[in-house]
Design a protein around this ligand. Structure first.
Ligand code: DC
Length: 229
């Protein structure tokens, strides 16, 4: 799908477990755009902190380490593979120890500054882009062509996350995952820099009782009507 010569950017924000990643990928497939998973970038910084023994609260040192090591995507893969210092960390970023420190890392303004800059640079190279995260429509691309904000009940988000983790071979308890989701919501919504908020003018979709196909179809028709308007 084309939109003149300029391209377009579509943002999808929302809390953990609202289904952002899977609907973003499917929407990007249907529209023929690239898809950016910005959560993977914050997770890559958490990997950098853990695996290289850096303090996850040390924003300045970590920001420097990101620039030195380099966090990139291999866009030849679908979904694009996240690389740290050229090394494939796609599986590593989903590990539980990484999920445990990523919210701390995501609170550091110095880290957000570097990643926001990199996300805007990616947009320049990928002019047809669906991007998902917490701050994409509010901070990174306030001029996005279409902004979505996904919501879902905590119980449903817990169910989805538990399934995802068990499918990946992890042994987890429902209660542990629910507490993790609630504590991440709190941290994500209360941080001073780039908090999780519903961007102005965003289309809100509650995904609790909708299938992935239903969510993507709703989004696809919104995109078509907004881009044609
Ligand atoms: O979507 P996810 O679970 O992979 O995100 C991992 C963490 O990164 C989560 O704690 C929220 C944070 N994050 C963020 O602060 N800003 C973004 N644009 C994307 C993710």
């Amino acid at each position: 799908m084309q939109n003149g010569t300029k391209g377009f950017v579509i943002t999808i924000d929302g809390a953990a477990g609202t289904g952002k990643s899977s609907v973003a990928r499917e929407l990007a497939h249907r529209l023929g755009t690239d898809c950016l998973d910005t959560g993977a970038m914050y997770r890559a910084v958490a990997v950098l902190a853990i695996d290289f023994g850096l303090d996850p609260r040390g924003g300045e040192a970590l920001a420097l380490a990101i620039r030195e090591k380099g966090i990139r995507f291999d866009w030849n893969d679908d979904p694009p593979t996240i690389l740290l210092g050229g090394e494939d960390i796609a599986r590593r970023v989903r590990d539980l120890d990484v999920s445990g420190v990523v919210s701390i890392v995501a609170q550091q303004p110095e880290i957000r500054e570097v990643l926001v800059e990199q996300q805007r640079a990616i947009r320049e190279l990928h002019p047809l882009l669906v991007t998902e995260g917490r701050d994409q429509g509010s901070v990174v691309f306030p001029d996005a062509n279409v902004r979505f904000f996904l919501e879902a009940e905590v119980a449903e988000r817990t169910r989805r996350r538990v399934k995802q983790l068990r499918d990946a071979g992890n042994t987890v308890q429902d209660k542990e995952i629910q507490l993790d989701i609630e504590s991440r919501d709190k941290l994500d919504s209360s941080r001073a820099d780039g908090p999780l908020i519903c961007p102005d003018g965003a289309i809100i979709i509650n995904t609790s009782s909708l299938s992935k196909e239903e969510v993507v179809s709703t989004m696809e028709s919104e995109v078509h009507s907004r881009l044609q308007a």
